[in-house]
Design a protein around this ligand. Structure first.
Ligand SMILES: C[S@@+](CC[C@H](N)C(=O)[O-])C[C@H]1O[C@@H](n2cnc3c(N)ncnc32)[C@H](O)[C@@H]1O
Length: 286
């Protein structure tokens, strides 16, 4: 059952429903065999973590492991990212300093940011990864309609299975307010491992400072981990994962974009302390 105490359930849902064409959504939902389409993505070796399967997100029973989440995510999200969704997502794209040739978007959901990444870097190989096969079905449908060649992968961002040192850019948009801090830290460690030396990580999410100061914002949606996220500090988490050149800037007060770079080299002392055997070689052209 949806949590009736959220601001979404009490105030926003009835208003935003006026702007959403529910019949169109029902038709879209019926136009896809979600179980069959989801099966095409589902990887039997991917274990769904307890923090994910045990909670409702956005008031949807079953969270992201339902086709309903995939159908309703975009129509709602367009109204809840002030000043508007395009501006907020573009802030993440604008924060990218290099010209990545291989990009991984973690917790890609319905692929809204992933599509923008491919549009910004058409020559790049772009991969979107998510734990929900249903979100991937929706993402692939959007990419097909936009004529964008993107690979969609069912996986856990904590342990993706991709080769170390193989990406120029790893991104995560609107993921970390939905993961417990220890999981966010594990995901950042995985980002560090996956990036080539000199590669970038870009994280778009709720503004931790603002969420701490405006308590009511934490009650907009049913978000089980948002208070833990707000209490944390993404810059510190990036530092702990090993990143350099860390910076976070506000995006219209409510959101933030953080950036970090995998160091080009490590000092002899760091090599000794961390038991690293080789200094990283800068990624060519990066
Ligand atoms: C709020 S949505 C954000 C989706 C998309 N990145 C966006 O910007 O709209 C969070 C997404 O993260 C996914 N997710 C949560 N934990 C994950 C994990 N450990 N590994 C991969 N995906 C995860 C969920 O399935 C969901 O699609």
């Amino acid at each position: 059952m949806p949590n009736q105490d959220t601001i979404w359930e009490r105030f926003l849902s009835p208003v935003i429903r006026l702007f959403i064409n529910e019949e169109e959504l029902r038709q879209y939902s019926r136009s896809i065999d979600w179980e069959q389409a989801g099966e095409a993505f589902r990887q039997p070796n991917v274990t769904i973590p307890e923090y994910y399967s045990s909670q409702n997100f956005h008031g949807i029973t079953g969270g992201y492991l339902t086709s309903g989440a995939a159908v309703t995510y975009d129509p709602i999200t367009q109204y809840v990212l002030p000043p508007n969704e395009k501006v907020v997502r573009q802030a993440a794209i604008d924060a990218i300093a290099g010209k990545p040739r291989r990009i991984l978007d973690l917790g890609c959901g319905t692929g809204s940011t992933t599509l923008l990444l491919k549009q910004a870097f058409p020559q790049a190989e772009v991969i979107g990864l998510d734990l929900s096969p249903y979100m991937l079905v929706r993402a692939q449908d959007k990419a097909n309609k936009a004529g964008l060649d993107i690979q969609w992968v069912h996986g856990n961002a904590e342990n993706t299975g991709f080769t170390a040192d193989s990406f120029d850019l790893v991104t995560a948009s609107l993921l970390f307010h939905e993961t417990p801090p220890n999981v966010s830290q594990a995901i950042l460690t995985e980002c560090f491992c996956l990036l080539k030396a000199g590669g970038e990580v870009i994280i778009l999410d709720g503004n931790q400072k603002t969420l701490r100061n405006l308590e009511w914002l934490n009650n907009v949606f049913e978000e089980p981990y948002i208070r833990d996220f707000a209490a944390g500090n993404l810059d510190a988490w990036l530092g702990k994962a090993g990143f350099d050149a860390i910076e976070t800037h506000d995006v219209w007060v409510i959101q933030q974009v953080s950036r970090g770079m995998k160091p080009l080299r490590v000092s002899k002392q760091e090599i000794a302390e961390d038991n690293i055997t080789e200094a990283w070689i800068p990624a060519p052209g990066y």
